[in-house]
Design a protein around this ligand. Structure first.
Ligand code: FEO
Length: 165
């Protein structure tokens, strides 16, 4: 069984992960408009990862006898003035998600829900990777942002991202 507090918190996180997918799809569409197909591909893969994260919370709720209650997902922003500004938003968003995960760990501990605590450890590590990946892309964009050729090459590199990367 799962406590009501953990059930509520997991449903909130299921929604937050789905919003992340929405946000990254929106970014992917904006990148297509900027004629950056490699970046758009990278962002689509990121959105798929977020849906996989949402599904992990869904599965955990089901396995523990909790109820999945899907809430409304807010509309994400649609416009960014540059890839640099966009990746600043990605990093900010991932830092926000990290804080949500940490709050979930605290809730699980307060509820003495050890199974949820173990489940959440994967997300604690994943957030370290998520922030590092966003930061790395941002550093690369800043290196080349004044060079059309550099951005073109970076777009090609971003297009190489595989489903599990
Ligand atoms: Fe699901 Fe990007 O954290």
């Amino acid at each position: 069984m799962i406590s009501k507090a953990v059930e509520r918190a997991f449903n909130d996180q299921l929604a937050a992960e789905t919003y992340s997918a929405y946000l990254y799809w929106s970014m992917s569409a904006a990148l297509e408009e900027m004629q950056m197909p490699g970046f758009a591909h990278w962002m689509r893969v990121q959105a798929q990862e977020e849906m996989a994260h949402a599904m992990k919370f869904y599965r955990h709720l089901v396995e523990r006898g909790g109820r999945v209650k899907l809430g409304a997902i807010a509309a994400p922003p649609t416009d960014w003035e540059s890839p640099a500004k966009m990746f600043e938003d990605v990093l900010k968003h991932e830092r926000h998600v990290t804080s949500l995960i940490h709050k979930l760990v605290e809730t699980a501990a307060q509820e003495k829900d050890y199974a949820a605590g173990v489940f959440l450890q994967w997300f604690v590590s994943e957030q370290v990777e998520e922030e590092a990946a966003a930061e790395l892309v941002l550093v690369k964009i800043r290196m080349v942002q004044d060079s059309q050729g550099g951005l073109y090459m970076l777009d090609k590199e971003m297009g190489q991202r595989g489903a599990g990367d």
